[in-house]
Ligand binder design. Structure first.
Ligand SMILES: [Zn+2]
Length: 500
């Protein structure tokens, strides 16, 4: 069972940007006001180290609960609560370490911190591997009786029900302990990919039409692939993907290792397919996933129509992948500052109420967001949360409309986490991806609606001339059409993992 907190929406290479904006700089050059305030978690690394030692010392004590959950409701509560309170402490430790590492993935010290926190997670999972088999052995009737007798178990009702649901896929205590320890091996592919692409990959340099030479890392790629100069964006695409092609064997082997990790989990925990294993946590039937993919495929003609329209507006006989990110009209080639982006998102979420907007403003004012790209920074965007503290966002903001939209999106996740943290006990505060994307895409939609309404007002004021650029950018950029839904549905497992 997954017991770690979720990172939502790591949107790799997903932003579409236009030329002429600032390229990545070293993190030290980024003004503090655009960096997240990690001091809300720990004042410094020394405090983190101290907490790590304290957590490490708590792990062996978890073994003292083994064999006791069946004795009484009180004993069951004590065993679950010991595990959950440790996981909550570990969550803070892990998020701080990964945030420090994501700020500059080239720094080995913070990478080691992140790895140390992951190791403690594996040790905790291994030390508490007895718990689920012992809960399953109790059975529903006894558990219900324990909950009735011990009110402190009530918040754990949903967790207990999930453990029982996992019964067909749960092994004995000893086997679960081995499976938990294997987590260190099965997570290796992800770690290798992240370290290689964020830190070690020798990204190419290209000279653009204006004479400027740029290093094409992930952030620069998303920046320059949207150039309005076609030969520039072609050059950018060719150089960037040629570099990936050069490491095809390494990257392919890494991907294969990840697939093997999925197959290992499927086999060990007796799932029919990797797809079933992946969806089981969220309790989503495979048919729902397949229906989503089928719906996207059935609606591909709409995407194709959009691409034809884009080719016509751009005056291209044959449109290429490199033409999907450029602005469609000159007026849409806008550059937003982080301050303007914040202002637009705050205005757009007004329908969600004054408290929502005030909380979101606080998150911007108090630096819960790491805005700017810098060399070695984790690419893409995500939201993560620490229960009892507050959520954080990682962005790579260089000024495009889509990044304003990404801010709205991740802000949706962050606010979801904040509200969940405020209103739920720790054990039920996390949420699944199928629910998560409602809060985020709603905010994207609110932003678009707000800008369209502004454009209509402006058009009326201008005597009917629609010339406002914000919605042109929103509608004309097209990267949202390209990158979001339809590209994610492709299975990589083929027959071996039966993810299809
Ligand atoms: Zn998302």
């Amino acid at each position: 069972m997954k017991e770690y907190r979720s990172f939502f929406c790591l949107m790799l290479l997903s932003a579409a940007l236009c030329g002429g904006r600032a390229a990545a700089v070293e993190r030290a050059e980024v003004p503090e006001k655009y960096k997240w305030n990690t001091a809300d978690l720990y004042p410094d690394d020394a405090a983190w180290e101290k907490d790590k030692e304290a957590i490490s010392a708590r792990i062996p004590r978890l073994a003292s609960y083994q064999g006791k959950p069946g004795l009484s409701g009180r004993d069951l509560f004590a065993a679950i609560d010991a595990k959950m309170s440790l996981l909550q402490a570990l969550n803070r430790l892990q998020v701080y370490a990964s945030m420090c590492s994501d700020g500059d993935t080239r720094v080995s010290r913070t990478w080691q911190m992140s790895q140390a926190a992951t190791d403690l997670g594996t040790k905790t999972a291994s030390a508490t591997a007895y718990l689920e088999p012992e809960v399953i052995a109790l059975g529903k009737e006894k558990i219900d009786a324990y909950i009735a007798a011990e009110p402190r178990l009530v918040p754990y009702t949903a967790w207990l029900a999930r453990v029982l649901r996992y019964a067909p896929h749960t092994l004995g205590a000893a086997e679960e302990q081995v499976a938990a320890q294997a987590g260190l091996l099965t997570g290796a592919a992800d770690n290798v990919y992240s370290a290689f692409t964020n830190s070690d990959m020798p990204y190419p340099y290209v000279r653009l039409s204006g004479g400027k030479e740029v290093r094409l890392d992930a952030q620069a790629y998303t920046l320059y692939r949207a150039s309005s100069n076609r030969s520039d964006r072609k050059k950018v695409f060719r150089a960037f993907w040629a570099e990936y092609k050069r490491f095809e064997t390494t990257l392919g082997t890494t991907l294969n290792s990840l697939v093997n990790a999925h197959i290992f989990n499927k086999n060990v925990h007796k799932f029919d397919s990797c797809l079933e294993a992946a969806l089981f946590q969220a309790n989503v039937p495979a048919a729902v996933y397949r229906r989503l993919i089928a719906d996207v495929n059935e609606n591909l003609p709409t995407l194709h129509r959009y691409i034809k329209l884009r080719a016509r507006i751009l005056g291209l006989k044959r449109i290429g992948y490199e033409d999907l990110y450029s602005p469609l009209v000159k007026e849409a080639d806008l550059v937003y500052t982080p301050e303007k982006a914040r202002e637009l998102v705050l205005k757009a979420v007004a329908p969600l109420g004054a408290q929502y907007a005030a909380d979101l403003k606080k998150s911007y004012d108090e630096r819960w967001v790491d805005f700017m790209p810098s060399t070695g920074k984790q690419s893409g965007a995500y939201s993560t949360a620490v229960y009892g503290v507050h959520p954080y966002q990682l962005q790579n903001f260089t000024g495009s409309y889509e990044e304003v939209s990404t801010l709205a999106h991740e802000s949706g996740h962050s606010m979801h986490s904040l509200l969940s943290s405020r209103n739920q006990p720790y054990v039920t505060s996390d949420y699944e991806i199928f629910v998560a994307e409602v809060a985020s895409t709603l905010n994207e939609d609110l932003l678009l609606r707000y800008l369209l309404a502004q454009a209509r007002d402006k058009a009326v004021a201008d005597g009917g001339r629609v010339g406002a650029a914000d919605p042109c950018q929103a509608l004309g950029c097209g990267a949202g059409v390209d990158s979001g839904l339809w590209r994610r549905g492709r299975p990589v497992h083929g027959q071996a993992g039966r993810l299809s």
